[in-house]
Design a protein around this ligand. Sequence first.
Ligand code: ATP
Ligand code: MG
Length: 251
Amino acid sequence: MNHTPHQVAITGLTKRFGARLVLDNVSLAVDTGQTVALIGPSGAGKSTLLRCINGLNTFEAGEIRVGPHVLRPGHDHGGAPVRQVRRVFGMIFQDFQLFPHLTALENVIEAPVHVLGAGRHEAARRGRQLLQRVGLGDRAGAYPRELSGGQKQRVAIARALAMEPRGLLCDEITSSLDPELKCEVLAVLEDLRRDGLTLLLVTHEIGFARRAADRVIVLADGRVVEEGPPNEVLGNPQAARTQRFLSQLLM
Ligand SMILES: Nc1ncnc2c1ncn2[C@@H]1O[C@H](COP(=O)(O)OP(=O)(O)OP(=O)(O)O)[C@@H](O)[C@H]1O
Ligand SMILES: [Mg+2]
């Protein structure tokens, strides 16, 4: 694993879809090793923000720095900065996006073998370790259709970890899961946090954010409306928009 700092520093990020302004001059930072929960109402631009960091969306103005790598407006999806940023931060989605025709282990070793050129044997050895780490040591040969939602999401986490990222971008990765399965996945995230991974999580799990996040950022209508430590932002929100959002969550 490389140990260069990989602070995320976003300045003036502006993103439009057609005439719709989706991210409006967003600036924020995530320090190396921090866990940051990104919360806010539907349509706020949370997924778009993560997709911009990961190079899945382009943007019109501003800059995204990840350690020494810089994404600027109009960057090429397959260009060097995007590839470099993806090596630093893996991304995980709500719907897992596993390959259905591959076993858990094959899903995990696919990228190391095909992108990094790792040997199959060594990749499989390491893949088994990663499955063990997410509590699935005994399910390496299972196909996604044979796994529960929580197990699939843990395979997706192991797959992201197989690229040895310094951090993860997680977009509501527990939203489609039952409460018990949520707990399994959140426990894995807490474990990764303790191991020093940098985590930027879009989440509606306010309890988890309160317990595990170093900072909470509230995004609404494409803007950062409030940010700070969880006990302040979640316990004593100052912005009216945050108060309204949190009170709706509790209904
Ligand atoms: N590919 C697209 N084309 C056009 N508009 C889009 C596209 N993707 C997102 N949008 C719009 O951008 C806005 C922000 O969407 P985004 O998915 O980032 O919100 P979100 O905060 O993740 O919401 P949710 O909590 O519902 O997931 C929304 O108004 C959405 O309709
Ligand atoms: Mg979203």
